[in-house]
Ligand binder design. Structure first.
Ligand code: GLV
Length: 391
């Protein structure tokens, strides 16, 4: 199948990946209410069509934390993404460079900071969690600075991991020892394309940044055990101040849904926030990102850059997020589906698709520049519903 859209890439990824890897990527926590809300709330936003407005000069470029970008989009950090295609994070970074957007490397990636920097020859953004071992954190921050990472994305919505039922059902979580390994092996064997590309030729299959502290334990259950044991539930704003003191570059706090938290992050020195519910993977039942976005954007307007993620599957969704107050958007699953399906070329294609879809959405809402996308670019549906006509 030739992929025409991100949902096509999702189908291709499902056909290529071992079941447990697809489920880990695709799923959310508990009943997946918030996962669904992220999509449904975006889809429910009606764009306001405007015509006859000379939209011959559409410009998608801008500036993000001092870096010029060709699209108001960045690749979100996704753990284990290097297992979705051979040395996956390197491929994704190359696609991002080609498209002129930032790539964010997750702490729990297959490829280390050094590997991605060396193989791609250019800086990227680095994501970090609060980890109990502060010396290890300081060391990672030093490596990120040495690699000239353009921003630090500090994830704050994971003091404890949310439970994802799909991971238990697939055999990724709660399946220790040989039994679990055999289940996952059987799932890999019926995906020969992936087994050859990643299983056979894509090693080492460890977490590049964490390998030094895992001391030779490379199994997937070792990784989850490490996450459970090392994520720090005692994290507070004081720790953000500590991170701020260790990192000189732009600091982006990811995982904010509440305006008070956004203000606090900025008080502690954040340069940007990501309005996010971790792709519906943490607290199920919270607001969708796009529903939380306007109040956060209003609370920090002018003081910080506002990014948002959660459910973005097209350039139309990017436009919706911008019109609701985001300066830029992170995509997560969207790029990893494409990476799984077609590697670097897939990620490059997704970024092209987003740009093309954005151009159409902007042309037909009468916007030439990103700054033209405001609440005015959207229909006021409450008004329509109560009065029968819109204005
Ligand atoms: C890690 O951040 C995850 O959502 O699995």
């Amino acid at each position: 199948m030739k992929a025409a859209s991100i949902s096509d890439y999702r189908a291709l990824a499902q056909a290529r990946l071992p079941h447990f890897l697809f489920e880990y990527l695709d799923g959310g926590s508990y009943d997946e209410l918030t996962l669904r809300r992220n999509r449904e709330d975006l889809q429910a936003i009606a764009l306001r069509q405007r015509v006859m407005r000379d939209v011959s000069g559409i410009d998608l470029s801008g500036d993000l934390f001092g870096q010029s970008v060709k699209l108001p989009v960045a690749l979100a950090p996704v753990g284990l993404s290097g297992l979705y295609a051979r040395r996956g994070e390197v491929q994704a970074q190359r696609a991002a460079l080609e498209a002129g957007v930032p790539f964010t490397l997750s702490t729990v990636s297959a490829c280390s900071i050094e590997e991605v920097r060396r193989a791609s020859g250019a800086p990227f953004w680095f994501q970090l969690y609060m980890i109990r071992d502060r010396a290890f954190m300081a060391d990672l921050l030093r490596k990120a600075a040495e690699a000239e990472c353009g921003a630090l994305v500090f994830t704050v919505d994971m003091p404890v991991p949310g439970t994802r039922y799909r991971d238990y059902r697939s055999g990724l979580a709660g399946a220790p020892g040989l039994g679990g390994a055999a289940r996952r092996f059987a799932q890999a064997m019926v995906r020969p394309g992936w087994a050859y590309d990643v299983g056979l030729r894509g090693g080492p299959h460890s977490l590049g940044n964490v390998a030094p502290v895992l001391k030779g334990k490379t199994g997937i259950e070792d990784f989850f055990a490490w996450m459970r044991d090392n994520f720090d539930p005692s994290v507070t704003w004081r720790d953000l101040e500590w991170v701020r003191s260790q990192w000189r570059g732009p600091l982006i706090v990811k995982g904010i849904l509440d305006p008070d938290d956004a203000r606090e992050a900025i008080r502690c020195g954040a340069d940007g926030v990501v309005v996010s519910n971790h792709g519906g993977r943490q607290l199920d039942g919270v607001l969708s990102s796009v529903a939380a976005l306007p109040r956060v954007a209003e609370a920090v307007a002018g003081d910080a850059t506002v990014l948002a993620d959660g459910g973005v599957r097209s350039g139309l969704d990017v436009v919706r997020m911008l019109a609701r107050g985001a300066d830029s958007v992170l995509i997560g699953r969207a790029w990893v589906y494409a990476l799984a399906a077609r590697g670097q070329a897939g990620v490059a294609d997704v970024l092209r698709l987003l740009a093309a879809e954005m151009r159409v959405a902007m042309a037909l809402t009468g916007a030439n520049r990103l700054a033209d996308l405001t609440a005015d670019s959207l229909e006021d549906l409450t008004h329509t519903a109560t009065k029968g006509s819109r204005r």
